[in-house]
Design a protein around this ligand. Sequence first.
Ligand code: NDP
Length: 264
Amino acid sequence: MKYYAVIGNPIAHSISPRLHNNAFEALGINSVYSRYLLDISASASELRQKFFALGLSGANITVPFKEIALECADAQDELAKKIGSANTLVLNAGNIQAFNTDAPGFMMAIAEFKDIKNALIIGAGGTARALAHALKASGAAVSVLNRSTSRAGAFSEFCFFTTQDFKASKYDIIVNTTPAGLTFDGLPCDESLLNELFSSAKYAFDVVYGRKTAFLSLAKEKNLKAKDGLEMLLYQAVLAFEHFSGKKNEREKIEVAMRKALSL
Ligand code: NDP
């Protein structure tokens, strides 16, 4: 029996155990996936110690530990290094390997959105960083809009604006990575600005899921093709599961099992 967990703070709401346990069962793998609430002030070495103390073979790491997850590992894949955070840790011959599956999970979720040449990401946290690198790698020009400059340093490869110095231009996709609609009601930026952006965009994507957000409602009003973050959550889990199980040719089976778990 192997043990896995999602580690975060808060963590009670996480549906990752449901997704992974259903996939373990569907694939006949003798493993169990749980959740662990880590002290909010934990350091990278404390996360590493906890990973070993819990006897884990792998873990998903969520808010606010994705940066220290990268740091606590013995080896990091290139994408995770570039993004500066990891959401998946895998034990391999006694060493922890770190991966970021949020970025490719997002790209899988927007596969139906074609011809994205330029993108605007609202928000500048860890998720924005993952999505900016994913979109850039796909060939899109990426701009980032945030309410403050505090995190501008992490976006030196991208055009970075604050709401004060931003002049709207045409973007194919507008992505919300702020917790608007989750931790607070309302929009991630001024309604008049969003109206202007949506009037020339084709697609809108909100990383928030399971809520009818004002951002997505406005995008649909403007007849944009719009999606919430549920499939990003699904695909980051499918990709993490592939790392955990080593099963690289069973994506469809894993996805079917996880989709079933989502609908429970
Ligand atoms: P962070 O806390 O790292 O970043 C949040 C960003 O939102 C910051 O840039 C912050 O601005 C901005 N922000 C916060 N509050 C407001 C506000 N009131 N108005 C405008 N901007 C605001 O969060 P993460 O990047 O880790 O996560 C962001 C969201 O993504 C969360 O809601 C999370 O649940 C979701 N998520 C979804 C996933 C999925 O699979 N669907 C996967 C991962 C995350 P400032 O820099 O000024 O503080």
